[in-house]
Design a protein around this ligand. Sequence first.
Ligand SMILES: Cc1cc2ncn([C@H]3O[C@H](COP(=O)(O)O)[C@@H](O)[C@H]3O)c2cc1C
Ligand SMILES: O=C(O)c1cccnc1
Length: 358
Amino acid sequence: MDEPLLRRENLLAAIKAIPSFDEAAAARARLHSDRLTKPPGSLGKLEEMAAQLAGMTGELWPDLSRRAVVVMAGDHGVCEEGISAFPQGVTLQMVLNFLNGGAAVNVLARAAGAEVVCVDVGVASPLAHAGLVSRKAVWGTANMTKGPAMSLAETLSALLTGVETAHELANKGVALFATGEMGIGNTTASAAIVSALTGLSPEDTVGRGTGISDEGLLRKRTVVEKALEVNSPDRNDPLDVLSKVGGAEIAGLTGVIIGAASRRCPIVIDGYISTAAALVAARLAPACMPYMIGSHVSQEHGHPALLRELGLSPLLTLDMRLGEGTGAVLCFHLLDAALALMGQMATFDSAGVSGGKE
Ligand SMILES: Cc1cc2ncn([C@H]3O[C@H](COP(=O)(O)O)[C@@H](O)[C@H]3O)c2cc1C
Ligand SMILES: O=C(O)c1cccnc1
């Protein structure tokens, strides 16, 4: 079997391995929640989150103490078109910052007891560090306004790196995941993916990313339109879309989501880029949908529409627009709170509190 075919087989095997959501466990969690000393439903999304976690893991009180944010990094040839407020070299510099523990995601991960796993799937320059997972599928993507960003083989390689990274971490006991990414130019690739898969116009999917000017925003829209025109990705073939107008780190995250779901692990989806990866994952493997938790509504222009498309209702609105996994890792605190309430609140019976009259 040639390599891309073998990789496609491996991907299909991971997709097939995704267990279905355990509705009975979720129902047991809701029943328990209704016995706790509060009006039913009054803890809102915290209650629903506990039920979702039970359905994902099959357990009412899952141990989610080992957790990781997987930060996939890759460069984008489309940066040549002037679509970011920052130079391409910042991708590499920020990866080193992650590895030295100084980025926003490192700080928030430490506060939430999570490890930061940084994976080079597509940085355009040589990169070596003891803490880095080095799995380059491509040395930066090609400029998607001139042809496909990646070959199918490169795309599958990045995707499988994501699946394998999730599996390796799950084997080590990681039970809760967050998606993170670094790649200057990746809000452009994300917008192109979202437009290609949903039919939404670039006007609705292109935003300011790192903070591009009004003039830059218009250029960025034109760039996405051109990339779609030049490559005509097939909206019914998520791999075609991912390879032609995507990026290695986005493909890697798609794989992480599929890999986590196949191990019944909840995965918190970060901002715009991560949600674009989640859209690809949902189209490739609808069974992974119930394992996703939306973290926050990003300030990136197209994010609310993308979240609606996926049916994700995010937990936070904090006016964030950073990525890296920052919003996702923040939500770990909320998941901890949801499980603590389930495990530690008294019931009406145990506390001698009268139940509702209806
Ligand atoms: C210092 C710095 C740290 C970041 N951390 C995440 N991003 C975010 O910005 C990039 C996407 O925006 P655009 O498409 O406009 O380039 C991604 O790397 C994303 O993770 C950063 C960007 C910068 C500059
Ligand atoms: O929502 C995000 O993930 C985002 C938005 C702008 C820039 N970088 C990331």
